[in-house]
Write a protein that binds this ligand. Structure first.
Ligand code: ZN
Length: 165
């Protein structure tokens, strides 16, 4: 099992996962060596503090500040953290306004199951993912491990499917 698989299975609560496109990887290639190549970039799973510094160094944004902004908007993030669907993109998801809607970076962390908090957290481990689009939009998704299709925003959707429960 790779670190990313373990992270996605909810087994790495101390770590964060970062998706970065080539432009956001450091020039000396350190992050690249730590990461796993995915279709449109790299995903790294690193210790929380290191991850937050790497995120700031790569993107010029504070991870927590970015998360707060992204939380205000719902959008689908791929369950493997290899990209997302910008809520500003058209129905086809391919920017009928001619704008570039590639996902530039994603910051994700997981939380342990927590009966007391209730809702999603009583169902299992929750993955939180915050994405930044090339058009400037920030959005977020969160889902329960092993309920990837029953929770969070689904492909083509704009609202979390668990919201009407
Ligand atoms: Zn966009």
């Amino acid at each position: 099992m790779s670190k990313l698989d373990e992270f996605l299975a909810g087994d790495r609560h101390e770590d964060v996962a970062l998706f970065l496109t080539d432009e956001y990887l450091d020039s000396d290639g350190k992050l690249r060596r730590l990461g796993e190549e995915v279709e449109d970039g790299y995903v790294l799973v690193v210790d929380g503090d290191d991850g937050r510094s790497a995120f700031s160094a790569g993107t010029g944004m504070d991870a927590m500040e970015f998360s707060r902004t992204a939380m205000e908007r719902d959008g689908h993030v791929h369950r493997d953290l290899g990209g997302g669907e910008c809520p500003e993109a058209g129905e086809e998801g391919e920017g009928d306004d001619g704008e570039d809607h590639r996902t530039e970076f994603i910051f994700a962390f997981s939380e342990a199951e927590n009966e007391e908090v209730g809702g999603l957290y009583a169902r299992g481990e929750v993955i939180h993912a915050y994405a930044h689009c090339a058009c400037g939009a920030n959005y977020s998704d969160k889902w329960v491990v092993d309920e990837e299709e029953e929770t969070g925003v689904q492909p083509g959707g704009t609202e979390p499917v668990h919201a009407d429960e």
